[in-house]
Design a protein around this ligand. Structure first.
Ligand SMILES: C[S@@+](CC[C@H](N)C(=O)[O-])C[C@H]1O[C@@H](n2cnc3c(N)ncnc32)[C@H](O)[C@@H]1O
Length: 250
């Protein structure tokens, strides 16, 4: 499930040619990092099934299909690769809950402000390129409704991701979760524990894991749940639980 992270770090961000060539070579469906089944608790907690959802950098992942099977009603999927988008459009032409559009995440001016309740980003790489990260996240922030959620699923740990996410102009409340790689077994063959799956991991103001924090799986994936707080009341340390707190989108 962890395809080729090295190339992910070094490719030219937003290079459609790179991704087009890759999708011609590897046409079969593939989900980077995690499948919906293992992410489901996070989606059910933070993303209402009636939400209008934007899936950025969808690739040829099955994630959106699995979400629809689980009751999600409206998912707009975008990707910079026309090869991926053409493939997915054809595959899902009879599934009205899924729409596919070729678009660069750094310029989503096609959509008006406050268009989505949730934006999901599983594995758009390149937040290592600061300008692109700022363009992308600025667009995500613009498109999110107040109270909306940007969920980022990545291999990038808080030292590299939090400085990009934690900007005053976005006004996001960031909560971090950590998930072992699929199938990870602790030394000795014991399966990874799932007891603390939905327990947020505290991060310091500088975006570091707390001193002495030990990752069960050193190559864990990180789930950043960022809630747009503009026009919202701060309800304390935890983000608002969308299933129980009846957030009103404006
Ligand atoms: C690592 S893959 C992840 C694919 C899928 N989200 C998944 O979880 O399996 C990154 C995807 O981001 C897309 N991408 C890269 N830069 C992009 C950009 N600037 N705008 C839109 N999509 C982009 C690539 O075409 C690729 O499909």
């Amino acid at each position: 499930m962890q395809r080729d992270i090295e190339s992910c770090n070094t490719y030219n961000y937003g290079d459609a040619t790179y991704w087009d060539a890759r999708y011609v070579q590897e046409a079969g469906p593939f989900d980077w990092y995690q499948r919906y089944s293992s992410l489901r608790p996070f989606f059910r907690k933070f993303v209402p099934s009636s939400a209008r959802i934007l899936m950025v950098g969808c690739g040829n992942a099955v994630l959106s299909e699995d979400m629809v099977k689980d009751g999600y009603e409206d998912i707009v999927n975008i990707d910079i690769s026309s090869v991926a988008i053409d493939m997915m459009k054809k595959k899902y032409e009879n599934i009205p809950q899924l729409k596919y559009m070729k678009m660069d995440v750094r310029d989503m001016s096609y959509f008006p402000d406050d268009s989505f309740e949730s934006v999901i980003d599983k594995g758009i790489c390149g937040t290592d390129a600061p300008l692109s990260a700022a363009q992308m996240l600025g667009e995500v922030s613009r498109l999110l409704k107040p109270g909306g959620i940007y969920m980022l699923i990545t291999y990038g740990d808080p030292t590299v991701r939090v400085p990009h996410l934690n900007r005053d102009r976005y006004n996001w409340k960031i909560t971090l979760y950590i998930k072992s790689r699929p199938g990870f077994k602790k030394p000795g063959g014991i399966s990874s524990s799932s007891k603390s799956l939905l327990e947020p991991v505290p991060i310091t103001e500088k975006g570091l894991l707390p001193p002495g924090f030990v990752l069960e799986d050193p190559e864990s994936h990180y789930i950043y749940v960022c809630q747009k707080m503009d026009g919202m009341m701060d309800v304390g340390d935890a983000p608002i639980d969308l299933e129980t707190e009846s957030v009103v989108y404006r």
